[in-house]
Design a protein around this ligand. Structure first.
Ligand SMILES: Nc1nc2c(c(=O)[nH]1)N[C@H]1C(S)=C(S)[C@@H](COP(=O)(O)O)O[C@H]1N2
Ligand SMILES: [Mo]
Length: 370
């Protein structure tokens, strides 16, 4: 007889019921998002809606690979197993009873900006709006791992979502799973979040629990979390080793920290003004270090320093503004670029890679004066 080692994660769970994709798309359009594909749930935020310190939940971008699982939070459990001395099965009540932390964190899809790569790369053709900042509340991942008492041989932490579906080049249904090393899991400050902007996590953002890994591309922040398992070996699942991998010049690396980037949120592309003064506003972020400066170029003039508005939260984006005077008449290109404290500068032309990740091009819009 074969004993199936299903592990503590997938054990007995059946696929969850899923949300109505058509309805989700209509809600997203009514919420003012740009809906990308007919048969999926990928929507981005319009630049004008990215300017606030925190993005309203209804306007927050949505990126899901499979239909949204609708989980019953009273029956739901988070299983923590594998190389641990004390396997856990935590209810939502047990997680919310642990010390809670609230953090403002900017989440960005690694494919954000992909539409600008030439030649084009496959995948959702995101503009600049697959990013948002929210206030997340949850238990600290490190506290939960501590409770489970990690075996010294544990090297990798694999996070499993309840969603699943077919993917190119693999048979059957693939679950959404992604990993961090034990060190990254403990040191990143990651949260097991059950609330977003002060309200219970909505289904589309991972109800009842999601991981939020500050500074990392969104793919690390697994939604609809049902299992965490510790292993001694690196994880080679589809979303770790085949997808969300940066392939260039012989190197293959899973995407990790968000690259430095700024976005112009006002004025809007194509807006018309009287000749004279234009107030340019935006946000900027980097996963590697705080934003050091943002520069703006108007009508192909020199790069000039923008004013940083307020103090950014440690893992939230930085608001900025710039007053451009004497502009026009005619069409004017307005560009912005950010630099972080580690010296990374938002490039004119980020390196093309096969799957189109980390497309942190200098942001540019055109306005007309006169
Ligand atoms: N379970 C699960 N988690 C997931 C995903 C997914 O498809 N399934 N998408 C990931 C990706 S690629 C991104 S960018 C973020 C998007 O989070 P949001 O939809 O809350 O904005 O969730 C991540 N977590
Ligand atoms: Mo993503």
């Amino acid at each position: 007889m074969t004993i199936l080692n299903l592990g503590p994660v997938c054990s007995l769970d059946r696929p969850a019921p899923v949300a109505d994709t058509g309805l989700e798309r209509r809600i997203a359009a009514a919420d003012g998002l740009v809906v990308h594909e007919a048969e999926s749930l990928n929507c981005e935020t319009r630049p004008a809606d990215l300017g606030a310190e925190v993005t309203p939940t209804a306007r927050f971008f949505r990126r899901s690979h499979f239909p949204l699982p609708v989980l019953d939070s009273s029956a739901w459990r988070l299983a923590v197993g594998g190389l641990v001395h004390r396997p856990l099965s935590l209810s939502l009540a047990e997680l919310t009873a642990m010390p809670a932390q609230t953090m403002t964190v900017t989440l960005e899809c690694a494919g954000n900006g992909r539409a600008r790569f030439q030649p084009p790369t496959p995948g959702v053709q995101w503009g600049a709006g697959a990013v948002g900042t929210a206030e997340w509340t949850g238990a600290r991942l490190a506290d939960v791992l501590d409770r489970a008492r990690l075996d010294p041989d544990a090297r990798e932490v694999i996070f499993s979502g309840a969603d699943r579906g077919p993917v190119d080049g693999a048979a059957g249904q693939i679950r959404f799973e992604r990993s961090l090393t034990v060190r990254e899991a403990l040191e990143s400050g990651a949260l097991l979040a059950y609330a977003m902007n002060g309200r219970p996590l909505p289904v589309r953002h991972g109800h009842p629990l999601r991981l939020v890994v500050p500074g990392w591309y969104g793919v690390a922040s697994v939604k609809w979390l049902t299992g965490i398992r510790l292993t001694a070996e690196p994880f080679d699942g589809y979303f770790q080793a085949s997808h969300y991998v940066r392939e260039s010049a012989g190197a293959r690396e899973p995407v990790r920290l968000q690259k430095v980037r700024s976005v112009i949120t006002r004025p809007g592309h194509g807006q018309v003004f009287p000749v004279g003064t234009v107030i340019v506003r935006g946000v900027a972020w980097s996963g590697a270090a705080p934003v050091a400066r943002v520069e703006v170029s108007v009508a192909d003039g020199p790069w000039q320093k923008a004013r940083l508005v307020g103090a950014a939260a440690p893992h939230g984006w930085q608001q900025w503004e710039f007053l451009a005077t004497g502009v026009g008449p005619g069409e004017a290109r307005i560009r912005s670029r950010a630099e972080d404290l580690a010296g990374n500068v938002q490039p004119e032309r980020p390196e093309w890679n096969r799957l189109g990740y980390e497309a942190n091009f200098v942001h540019e819009i055109r306005v007309r004066l006169g």
